[in-house]
Design a protein around this ligand. Sequence first.
Ligand SMILES: [Zn+2]
Length: 337
Amino acid sequence: MTAKTRIWTPIDFDADGKQVDFMRVPHSTDLSAYGWIPIPMACIRNGDGPTALLVAGNHGDEYEGQVALTNLIRGLNSQDIRGRVIVLPALNFPAVAAGRRVSPLDDANLNRSFPGRAHGTPTEMIAHYVSDVLLPMSDIVVDLHSGGRSLDYIASALVRPGRDVNEHRSLVRLMQIFGAPISFVSDGTGGGGSTTLAAAAQDRGVLAITTELGGGATLSKRGLSLAESGIRRLLDEMGILQGAHVEPPCATRFMTVRGHDAFVYARNVGVFEPAAEVGEVVNEGQLAGWIHFPDVPMHEPERLDFRSSGLVACRRVPSLTQRGDCLFKIMTDLAIV
Ligand SMILES: [Zn+2]
């Protein structure tokens, strides 16, 4: 038996109505011996039915999801739904408060911490609570991401490959309903692999869809609009949203990320000059960019090429670059089952 969570909340997940309070993560510090970290959480319920778990702020510097879910909490009432919606607009709240991808309390990346540890650091405790308490109550989880400070992303939705044909079809259907311009299937190579919220959900048999809605630690108007309409479509599809007008999804283009060659990484410390933009189609061997060395002006800049052909899904935002930083990721078209 796994250890019991230390996180608690006054929210009663079985009560009808709208409750807005906090997940309380015990955190004992110099100035707050018995204190807790407030993770904002809403539970909106109206009788029996499916449960949707809606998450943003898994990474603190990604904003479209945070704003979409904050608006949703204010706008959605129990009479609008059947079943239950659990909303967490700022899941790794210490990272959200700091405007950072990782938590300043333990330097941990929540979406690399699943399934978490009941008695671990604050970030590990949050991952464990989601894995052991919230996911077992849920039929679907939507985890709203963007590129954060370091990446700018094409507006997209992604799922992990289904473990069987039926699961795969269900996941693909979620992406069609969400209606991002691009939808892609990824096992997390180059990203979080099996340490993500989506991976923890899949292990527990919960359908999970993740998004990338923009990036650069700013808020994309288009990304926000897609998050809001996509969530409503998913809630409608699940039979949770009742009697509301829901605009139909736009057609989506199915793509995939093929292994490590889909990525371009910096091999040196320097200033990154990109030679392609997000959404551009590129070919293998084409110039991807340069790394310049202003500290050694006679040093020739280093040329970097794309290692595969496809569509530029994301590119690095900050110019100052360290060895190993991801500069580009490429997607290719996928025939869908
Ligand atoms: Zn993220």
